[in-house]
Every structure is written in structure tokens, then in C-alpha cells.
Ligand binder design. Structure first.
Ligand SMILES: C[S@@+](CC[C@H](N)C(=O)[O-])C[C@H]1O[C@@H](n2cnc3c(N)ncnc32)[C@H](O)[C@@H]1O
Length: 268
């Protein structure tokens, strides 16, 4: 079972999530460290792309990694077993209908999920119920409005905008990164802090050109081609030119920038 979310559950999307997590692991997770002996809920773990980075950073804590998609969980289990990581238990579940008692978890971690949910505040409130007093929630999200690049291309911008519109039409929000602070405040988390994490890519960093500009960001926009054209958000020629121009930013003189947002808040 899964939900109809904008990126889908294809093999290519699993690989893209892997690339995204691997290439961003230092930037997003250098501080994803929780106190020893914590019980941590990873909500919406998908194929385990973040799990395999964050769980080994916290070997003395236990993770319960939950997702609504059984297929994704099966893939996640395989990955975690193949890496001999043994502090993760996977569970099928719905963030909006959690089967755990009140105040069950010491900490909660949720990455690239809120952007797909029509009611992120309800998700944050549901998660708060199962978070111990004094415990923290950690949220990580991108914001497609933060993408800028050289050479500039109106087509590339339109292709990105098509992704933003498509996600919004299916009830999500591809501009949610900038909203993490107000969302946490509205959900009654306290001592909230947000840290912007900027990815800057030029050709002096060939790994990030491949891992981020091409295989994460451009692959993500490319992945919505059929849906965007079918729903008449953008025409075929403009979209394809936009993708071509996004790949163009990965050439020797190209530059690509994007900002992720990592927020933490307390249940007090
Ligand atoms: C973009 S993926 C991110 C996966 C992972 N956190 C990562 O960063 O690679 C979003 C995940 O959220 C899951 N999801 C969406 N709505 C959910 C819900 N209501 N309850 C549990 N999981 C959900 C989807 O099945 C999908 O695996």
C-alpha cells in the first residue's frame, strides 16, 4: 500500500532517494545525533535512504522506522540488513493514525515527508502526541523556490514551477522548507529552531554535480514529465527544454544552488 504522491514509488525514484541521501549526508546529518539509549521514531522512512545514515550515527539508540508503503519498507529492510545495521525496527503505519501510546518516543525524526501531506500541522500534532515531554522533533525539508542556477533559463524555471504546481495540485507543498518554523509553532512545539542548509554546486565538486544537480534535483523534476504534460501544466517542448537547461547547469561553467531547512522543536 502507498499513497499517490508526486514522486511515485518507482525503481528510479528509489535510486534517486538513495542518491539524494548519500550526497547530502554530511550537510543534513552531521548533527543528527540523539542522546544515548533513546527510542526514536522515524516517520515516513521510505526506502531507508536516511535510516541507513542516521541509525549508524546513533548506535546506542533504537529506531522505529515507519512508512505507509509496504513496498518501500521491504526495500528499506533489505538495505538495512545488507549494511548489518541492527538498531532499526520497521513498521507499517500512518502518521495520522499512530498506534503507539502517548509520549512513547524520546525523539522523532521526519525527512522529506511533510511536503507531500495536505495537512502537515495535523501530522505534526499527531507526532507530538507520541513524543515524550522534553523530547524533540527534527524535520528536514527542501524548498523548490530556493533553486537558482547559472546559466539562467526561463524554461528551466518553468519546469521547476511545473513541479511546484503539480505537487500543490496533489495536496502537497514544494515550498514548505521556508514554513518549518511557523508550522512547528502552530503545532505547539517549543524552543523551535531552523537551520538553513545550502547546497552550492559548481564543477570543482564533480561528486555533487552528479549526486545533487543531476541525480537528485534534475532527476526529480524530470520524473514528473508525464504527469505535468498530461495535466496541461506545461507543454512538452518547454518541459524538455527546461530539463535540458537544468542539465546544462551541470556543465563546466554551470552553477546550481538549493537550500534545505532543518528544524527542531521540543514537546514541553
Ligand atoms: C519522499 S519519501 C521520503 C522518504 C525518506 N524519508 C527519505 O528522505 O528518503 C516520502 C515518504 O513518506 C511516506 N508517507 C507519506 N504519507 C505518509 C503517511 N501518512 N504515513 C506514513 N508514511 C507516509 C511515503 O510512503 C514515502 O515513503
Amino acid at each position: 500500500m502507498g499513497i499517490d504522491y508526486v514522486h511515485g514509488y518507482t525503481e528510479r525514484e528509489s535510486i534517486r532517494l538513495e542518491d539524494q541521501a548519500n550526497c547530502l549526508s554530511e550537510l543534513l546529518h552531521y548533527d543528527s545525533v540523539f542522546p544515548k539509549n533513546s527510542i526514536i521514531l522515524e516517520a515516513g522512512c521510505g526506502v531507508g535512504a536516511q535510516t541507513k545514515i542516521v541509525a549508524p550515527k546513533n548506535p546506542d539508540s533504537k529506531f522505529i522506522s515507519l512508512d505507509i508503503s509496504k513496498d518501500s519498507l521491504n526495500k528499506a529492510k533489505e538495505v538495512i540488513q545488507s549494511l548489518n545495521i541492527n538498531n532499526v525496527e520497521f513498521q507499517t503505519g500512518n502518521i495520522f493514525d499512530l498506534k503507539f501510546p502517548d509520549e512513547y518516543f524520546d525523539h522523532i525524526f521526519i525527512c522529506f515527508v511533510l511536503e507531500h501531506l495536505p495537512t502537515p500541522i495535523n501530522a505534526l500534532k499527531s507526532l507530538k502526541r507520541v513524543l515524550k515531554k522534553g523530547g524533540t522533533i527534527t524535520l528536514i525539508e527542501g524548498d523548490h523556490g530556493s533553486a537558482y542556477f547559472y546559466p539562467y533559463s526561463q524554461y528551466a524555471q518553468e519546469a521547476i514551477n511545473a513541479q511546484i504546481t503539480l505537487q500543490s495540485n496533489s495536496g502537497g507543498n514544494a515550498l514548505i522548507g521556508r514554513q518549518l518554523y511557523p508550522l512547528m509553532i502552530e503545532s505547539n512545539y517549543k524552543n523551535c529552531k531552523v537551520s538553513p542548509r545550502m547546497v552550492y554546486v559548481d564543477s570543482s565538486k564533480p561528486n555533487i554535480v552528479e549526486g545533487f544537480t543531476k541525480n537528485t534535483f534534475t532527476a526529480m523534476v524530470e520524473g514528473i514529465r508525464e504527469k505535468a504534460i498530461k495535466s496541461s501544466i506545461i507543454d512538452e517542448i518547454s518541459f524538455d527544454k527546461g530539463i535540458q537547461d537544468l542539465y546544462r547547469t551541470a556543465q563546466l561553467d554551470g552553477v546550481f544552488c538549493y537550500t534545505f531547512f532543518k528544524g527542531t522543536g521540543y514537546n514541553i
